[in-house]
Design a protein around this ligand. Sequence first.
Ligand code: SF4
Ligand code: SF4
Length: 565
Amino acid sequence: MSDFSKDCTDCGACVDACPFLKEYGTPRQIVKEKPEKVFLCASCRRCDTVCPLYLSPAAFFFETKEKLIRENQMSASVEKAMNGARAFAKAGHGFPFSFYAKTETVFWPGCGLAANRPGLIRKLKGLLRKHLHQKVGLVLDCCYDPVFGLGDTRTTFAALKEINKRLHDSGVKKIITGCLNCHKLLSEHLQDMEVVFILEVLPVEVFQKQNTEDIYLHHPCPSSRWGKIPAVALSAVNHIHPATISDNGIKKSEPLCCGLGGGLNSIDPGMADRFLDDIVQKAKDKTVITYCTGCQNRFLQRGIKAVHLLECLPEEEARQTVPSPIRQWMNRLALASSARFMTPKFMIMLAVALLIVVGVCLNQQGIFSADVLKNLLERHPVAAPVIFLLIYAIAPALFLPSIPITLAAGFFWGPVWGVIFSITGATIGACLPFFLSRHLLQDFIRSKISAERWQWLQDKVNQHGWKAVAFTRLIPVFPFNLLNYLFGLTPIAFFQYLWSTFVFMLPACIAFVAFGSSLSELIMRGNVQGVIIGIVIAAVAFLIPALLRPFFRKIGENKDTNITP
Ligand code: SF4
Ligand code: SF4
């Protein structure tokens, strides 16, 4: 800091580039004469790009902010803004708004996208999964940038340490960010973590071409830290709008702040508006495209048509308004809750719990008892299994879950007939999509699934034959229903597919039927011993695939190191 004060010549070149400096003077004068004003620096770094001596007034102001906070020398308006930023970040950092998926690669959309476009996040997660050919989980948390921007590095670094721990505990190794402020903090301060921005991962072809208006591309100010990110944003916009576009001078690396940087809008909204005025003037009447939700909100609030680059995906509409703060928190809550609870495991547990409650109630009312069920099945000894088999044969082709049907077999017919009926139904259900895919819908299915996915399976079948079926039935690298269609695209002989599907689905089938049967014992007869026996059988049956997995995994790894489709 002392070097800066010595080196700066007060030439005023940076003053012309910044509304804040225009009002209060050169950086050296401000820090010397009105240090409390440093909090009006938005940390956009535009001044750095024009200083003829290559000094960094932005860093000079930031260090001064940190010093004033350490010495507790903040004006009432800064203190208020700081308390607001800390409360906002703390809320987003804790339950129920934060969520960590346990996957190696995660999408970190940031608070802005979660609050404003929760539906888009689900779509982006699916796209990332498709293009990376691997599972991509979701992480919702606040990176503490609003606190960092105001200069409170101590609180921010403590939160980042906790974030780092949460990520490591969840087994995360790679983060794909959807917000440049998050990207800045995570890429610069997390250890052993690969951090990439979403536009670096998605190919430009995913965006939908539009050839309508003149476009002004606004690069959010953190983008000036990385050469590649503004460049990929520019090529994405070039792909979307091949017509002439102008931008905020990325070739000159000239970041422009919308007024949100450094919490400026919460300290001095009038000054924040003067920053925005500069961009509005440059954009003239063009549609603004940007890749920061905060910037987009600032333009929308000013009545300017502004589109987030990620809204240029097919079937996406650019939003026209900014949701209210309450709506934004509700969006974040809904997103975190669905990530937390809308999992197959949770839905099965919920369905089982509901089944038990409804069954017990009906049983107590005498409507649904063991005798009623026995009579019903005895009255329809052929029709009931036939209806069951028909349902099971069709369900996988329609991508309906098979587990509830298998549980029902155990519930209605007990462990022996339940297994016979459900393995028969499951095998027919696995063969129907196989036939459709091989003989009728081959082109359609190829067009819907990335080539790498079925080619990966094709390679496995070519190398290992029936063992590829065993491997994929035991290790769920693909969803069960999709797998049936994918095998139809491979050269495997039908008979090999049939018997290996039958044999290697059997352990899971026994486990679910045993569990379904134990539920029936509990609900119909209150037989706790029967429940325990059922659960023990289910557990042993579940152990069989686990014991067989290493054998088949080894086969997969020996000839091909990449077993991830
Ligand atoms: S607001 Fe931007 S241009 Fe102005 S002094 Fe701060 S970093 Fe520099
Ligand atoms: S442009 Fe550089 S030397 Fe000139 S006043 Fe600004 S910081 Fe000082």
